[in-house]
Design a protein around this ligand. Structure first.
Ligand code: ZN
Ligand code: ZN
Length: 104
């Protein structure tokens, strides 16, 4: 297996030089922040693995020690917050002719 491959890559990048030679590299994606990186064996970059998500983490401080916050769960929590905000606004504000909400 080449140094830039993993068993189950999340994606790949293809770089073509001016002579048309292609270089293909596997990428992995952080289960917490969704960042992608090119796999380079021996790069010295410290990555992690979240046992709860069952996937790799990028090595950023927030993704390693900030606790497990899977992106999907974070998005759902955000959607819920926006839904509550929208419900709290309904009935208490009226849209102006220009589309701006103003308190009743
Ligand atoms: Zn991350
Ligand atoms: Zn996690």
């Amino acid at each position: 297996m080449p140094d830039n491959s993993v068993l189950r890559p999340h994606g790949l990048v293809i770089v073509t030089d001016l002579d048309g030679n292609e270089t293909v590299r596997d990428t992995l994606q952080c289960v917490h922040c969704q960042a992608h990186w090119v796999v380079v064996k021996g790069s010295g970059r410290r990555r992690g693995w979240c046992m709860k998500c069952g996937g790799p983490t990028c090595g950023a401080h927030a993704c390693e020690v900030g606790g497990c916050v899977p992106k999907e769960a974070a998005l759902e929590a955000e959607e819920k917050r926006y839904g509550e905000l929208a419900r709290s606004i309904q009935g208490n504000f009226v849209p102006s002719a220009s589309g701006i909400l103003t308190p009743k």
